[in-house]
Design a protein around this ligand. Structure first.
Ligand code: SF4
Ligand code: FE
Length: 483
């Protein structure tokens, strides 16, 4: 099968028998639900852009497994150029959607599982790498969207998986059969799970031998028996039910997360990528997290571009674009945003091949990238809100704007610069509100903090990778200190 069109993708999601709940009700067709549809549109953009000749180089790649043309989101990176193109593609999609387009988690899982299964097989003589290659080919051939599921609920953070009062707080194997395993547990904050046909599940922490049943990685279809998804609420989500495009800010695109519950889900042997080899749980976590920390140097910079643009348009609407402090704030936002991108590109340029042959980013630089992402989007948002003015959170609704009694007052008193319509002024303010405080803020702000690991997770990696002894040696040599 060739690359899917955006429409074919939407149809393929419609055909799934997903078990999705929101507001206490089962959602018959998530693809058609007004709150959920914008998130599907964001993933659809990864298909639409791959069909566009001007983005072909960035959006597609030649499969290292089949030699065929595939969507880059399903690619096993073959060079540092592939790693950089990945970040550029993510920036492009952030610019086009102003939201989380969700498909990166599968790409990051693909590359982490590819190298980890190779090394596990080398040590144990298992056949996980072969399993994964067959699975990857299947996903590439069918141009699927794959969710990458890592984060367990984790219960008491002071206790290891096996020591939890409720043993299901980390996903685990509850039964081993001749033909496969049965798993139980949950994965939290699952970006794009409802918009994926497939899901790769991985462990969430490094593990000791006592956690054997928890050191498990595998793939399942998202509509496998026993899977249930509960949609996470987003700020202002029900505005999408009101029928006002204006009030939503970004009516076409969005992101979505879900709590995915695995109620004794069967996984056949050929879809298992790790099963009890505890020392490789940590390797898989570190690699997936590393790739996803690289990813943020692309997607957040792309969404940042939209927010910087929106702040500049708001300044035009307010009639203050020429003020020197506004210009300086836009420069500062740009400086911060490009710093994120620099890190995404740098950790890619410094990538190296793994034993399995695919390319891995530089872990230290990827963690520095994500650590900056935990900070800079907050400052960029603060500056955008500063430029927008308080009206971005106090502007009346579209209904009031259109009402014959209140409308003329909104029109009169919300007037800004002479040549800008009040409607356009409200439009751009609502977009800023959406990015900083509304549904997209999940992906741009709080996800910048906690997605791909909370700040402390990067600091641990930075301390491990920073090689302080080597730096001390450098200093001692120059200071002529002899041991
Ligand atoms: Fe992709 Fe960014 Fe969303 Fe992660 S947060 S899935 S990298 S768009
Ligand atoms: Fe994320």
């Amino acid at each position: 099968m060739a690359l899917m069109t955006g429409e074919e993708y939407v149809e393929s999601i419609r055909k799934l028998n997903l078990n999705v709940y929101m507001f206490g009700k089962k959602i018959a067709c998530p693809a058609d639900h007004p709150i959920l549809r914008p998130s599907l549109n964001s993933v659809k953009a990864t298909y639409d852009l791959a069909q566009d000749p001007q983005y072909e180089d960035l959006m597609t790649a030649t499969s290292s497994l089949t030699g065929k043309k595939i969507n880059r989101f399903l690619h096993i990176h073959q060079s540092t150029k592939d790693l950089m193109d990945k970040v550029k593609m993510q920036r492009l999609l952030g610019q086009q959607t102003g939201a989380c387009f969700q498909r990166c988690v599968g790409m990051d899982a693909f590359n982490a599982v590819f190298s980890t299964t190779f090394e596990t097989d080398q040590k144990y003589g298992s056949s996980y790498h072969k399993n994964f290659i067959e699975y990857a080919k299947y996903c590439q051939e069918n141009d699927l969207t794959v969710d990458g599921a890592m984060t367990d609920p984790k219960g008491d953070r002071g206790l290891a998986p096996h020591a939890q009062e409720d043993p299901d707080l980390y996903l685990r194997v509850v039964e081993r059969r001749e033909d496969g395993i049965v798993v139980r547990g949950a994965k939290a904050h699952q970006t794009g799970a409802i918009n994926s046909q497939e899901m790769i599940v991985m462990p969430t922490v490094s593990m000791k031998p006592e956690d054997k049943d928890y050191a498990v990685a595998f793939a399942v279809p998202t509509d496998a028996e026993g899977i249930l998804m509960i949609i996470g609420r987003q700020s202002c989500d029900t505005r999408k039910m009101e029928g006002s495009e204006l009030d939503v800010g970004n009516s076409e695109f969005g992101g979505v997360e879900a709590l995915v519950v695995f109620n004794d889900v069967f996984v056949p042997n050929e879809r298992i990528f790790l099963n009890g080899e505890t020392e490789y749980a940590g390797v898989l976590v570190e690699r997936f997290a590393g790739y996803h920390r690289q990813s943020y140097g692309g997607c957040k910079a792309g969404v940042g571009d939209v927010l910087i643009g929106a702040a500049a348009v708001a300044a035009d609407c307010n009639g203050c674009a020429k003020a020197s402090h506004i210009k300086d704030k836009l420069i500062e936002m740009t400086h911060l945003n490009e710093s994120l991108y620099c890190c995404g590109i740098a950790c890619s340029a410094e990538g190296k091949p793994t034993e399995a042959g695919n390319y891995m980013i530089d872990l230290l630089l990827a963690n520095v990238c994500k650590q900056n992402v935990t900070r800079f989007p907050y400052e960029i948002s603060r500056l955008a809100e500063d430029i927008a003015g308080g009206i971005m959170v106090t502007a009346p609704s579209e209904a009031d704007f259109r009402d014959p009694v209140t409308g003329p007052y909104v029109e009169k008193y919300l007037k800004g610069a002479k040549d800008v319509s009040v409607e356009d002024r409200i439009r751009i303010l609502r977009l800023i509100e959406n990015l900083c405080l509304g549904t997209a803020a999940v992906g741009y702000r709080t996800e910048s903090l906690h997605g791909a690991g909370s700040p402390q997770a990067q600091r641990i990696m930075i301390s491990r990778q920073g090689d302080l002894p080597k730096k001390k040696e450098m200093a001692k040599k120059i200071a002529k200190i002899k041991d």
